[in-house]
Design a protein around this ligand. Structure first.
Ligand code: ATP
Length: 205
């Protein structure tokens, strides 16, 4: 691993990962977004798209040659082996790109936003796990307000993700985001100071 301290930032849908990440970014902390990487590696011409088409067929391409995400989601929704096959294509490429981006960072530490970190059991790839935590009822309210989605849809997504307890079990640090934004700012400043200090120690390891 490079000398940069790697902090994985995770949490369930609507827990506040993006909100937290952008506050760290305001403090000057580099943030890597695994969702952005996941989208970029399936663009036309990228190896992941070719591998997906060989595994699942040309039907997954739109007329423009881009990935038909909805069709892919439908295929993997009820088929665990298809889901595993897809993950076996995507995850190594996502983690390779994360490593490349980390290697270009000149800052004591960085945040890598990975919504499904606990689900994919890749926690060892990072130096610390930071979990954004809120009670389910607030998660439901915030996510549905933000996306204008039904509570039922969000509830289904929450159920498909790791439980709050499973996530908290893996956490080195926890942000309780059942907070007013001003209190969240204070929590983030405290964690930022802690990470700068830990990064200093990490460098000498
Ligand atoms: P997703 O997993 O769906 O991408 P997320 O974990 O990135 O979600 P955010 O988009 O950051 O979550 O937050 C969800 C919603 O909750 C947003 O509308 C955001 O503005 C709001 N929110 C986040 N933190 C707070 C807070 N402390 N107080 C009030 N609202 C908040």
């Amino acid at each position: 691993m490079s000398g940069v301290l790697r902090i994985a930032l995770t949490g369930g849908i609507g827990s506040g990962k993006s909100t937290v990440a952008s506050k760290f970014q305001t403090l000057g902390v580099p943030v890597i977004d695994s969702d952005v990487i996941a989208r970029s590696i399936v663009k036309p011409g990228e190896p992941a798209l070719k591998a997906i088409v060989s595994a699942f067929g040309k039907d997954l391409l739109t007329d423009e040659g881009t990935l038909d995400r909805r069709r892919l989601r439908n295929i993997i929704f009820n088929d665990l082996s298809a889901k595993t096959r897809l993950e076996n294509i995507l995850h190594p490429l996502i983690y390779k790109e994360i490593d490349e981006q980390v290697s270009r960072i000149h800052y004591p530490y960085c945040l890598i936003v990975i919504p499904l970190l606990v689900e994919t059991e890749r926690t060892n790839h990072f130096d610390r796990i930071l979990v954004v935590d809120i009670p389910e009822e607030i998660q439901l309210k915030r996510a549905s307000n933000r996306d204008n989605d039904s509570l039922k849809l969000i509830e289904g997504i929450i159920k498909s993700q790791a439980s709050r307890e499973q996530r908290l079990k893996r956490a080195d640090d926890i942000i309780d985001n059942n907070l007013e934004i001003e209190d969240l700012n204070k929590t983030i400043q405290t964690l930022h100071n802690k990470y700068l200090k830990l990064a200093e120690e990490h460098k000498t390891l």
